[in-house]
Design a protein around this ligand. Structure first.
Ligand code: SF4
Length: 315
């Protein structure tokens, strides 16, 4: 890995950007029970800086032990066009879904200048029949509306907007450099009006902060109004490397919740199954009431089958 790390190529938005000469941009993912067969993460690290981000620990592999480095030192992947095309052709032949943004946001701030995601979409556009999903909090996705529209005409495409709350103040605490929730929903609406299928990803749902019926219902209504066709949720997952970071945040901003969270996450990175089932049932009921197809309970791995969606960080 060290041989592939390049020098500093830019500094902006309080982040330093470094080049990473990637062997490939499209990675095979064999973990169960993921709904995709390939992942693409154009960047390592993410300047958005969400306090709950489960990918923070991955910067350890690059020698960054301070969890803040995940949002301050961003690696921009570079791969040659021929390799990218070959990989995408292989993914198309497989018939499996290519998921963009499983670990870091493909439309984080740096994409405005580096355009790695846009280059990927330009290649995808030439390969009709490929199956693609994109997950993002970034309103920059609307920059690529021309490409997305063209891809959607000849391929399967879904853009998943990650929004955790309609409460702007809460969102600013949780996701300090993400666009405001209403702006994300406005971006969703632009895509939906252009004929691109969109989904709401309420991931994560935060116990005692966003898991009540009023919060979930408000978000689902807003997503429906913005043209979402489906909605999915996942409860907060706190693996090592993120757990203490999140608890420090909680202690500073929501000290009254620390003991309740310690109790919820005392024996596992997941909330207890019964707690998860209650929130998921609430979400499914409210999604249905708002005319949205909700994620099925069976899609959620249980304690016996732990490789949850959030663990899939193929690079
Ligand atoms: S936008 Fe996604 S990848 Fe980026 S910090 Fe937030 S949760 Fe992590």
């Amino acid at each position: 890995m060290a041989a592939r790390l390049g020098g500093v190529i830019d500094e902006r938005h309080k982040a330093q950007y470094r080049e990473l000469r990637a062997a490939d941009l499209v990675n095979r993912c064999t973990a169960r029970p993921m709904p995709f067969g390939y992942t693409v993460n154009p960047y390592r690290g993410c300047s958005t800086g969400c306090v709950y981000c489960y990918a923070r620990y991955t910067h350890d592999f690059l020698g960054h032990n301070d969890p803040h480095e995940f949002e301050r030192t961003i690696y921009v992947k570079r791969v040659d066009g021929a390799t990218l095309r070959r990989s995408l052709e292989r993914a198309r032949r497989s018939g499996m879904l290519v998921a963009v943004g499983t670990a870091t946001d493909p439309y984080q701030a740096g994409e405005g200048g580096f355009e790695v995601t846009r280059s990927l979409l330009e290649a995808v556009r030439t390969l009709p029949g490929i199956r693609l999903s994109i997950t993002t909090k970034g309103t920059l996705v609307t920059r690529d509306l021309d490409l997305l529209r063209a891809i959607a005409e000849r391929s399967e495409l879904s853009v998943n907007f990650s929004v955790t709350t309609t409460d702007t103040e809460l969102a600013r605490l949780l996701e300090p450099r993400a666009p405001r929730p209403d702006l994300r929903l406005a971006a969703m609406q632009r895509l939906a009006e252009a004929g691109v299928a969109t989904r709401l990803f309420m991931m994560p749902v935060l116990p005692y902060l966003t898991d009540d019926a009023a919060s979930i219902g408000a978000l689902l209504r807003a997503a429906r109004a913005a043209g979402a066709r489906e909605a999915e949720c996942n409860l907060l997952f706190l693996r090592e490397g993120v757990r203490e970071f999140f608890f420090r945040f909680l202690g500073e901003r929501f000290p009254a919740l620390v003991a309740r969270y310690r109790a919820l996450y005392c024996s596992s990175a997941y909330v207890p199954p019964a707690f998860a089932r209650t929130v998921e049932a609430r979400f499914a009921r409210l999604a249905g009431a708002n005319g949205l197809a909700g994620r099925r309970r069976a899609d959620r791995p249980d304690e016996q089958d732990p490789p949850a969606r959030q663990l899939t960080l193929a690079w």
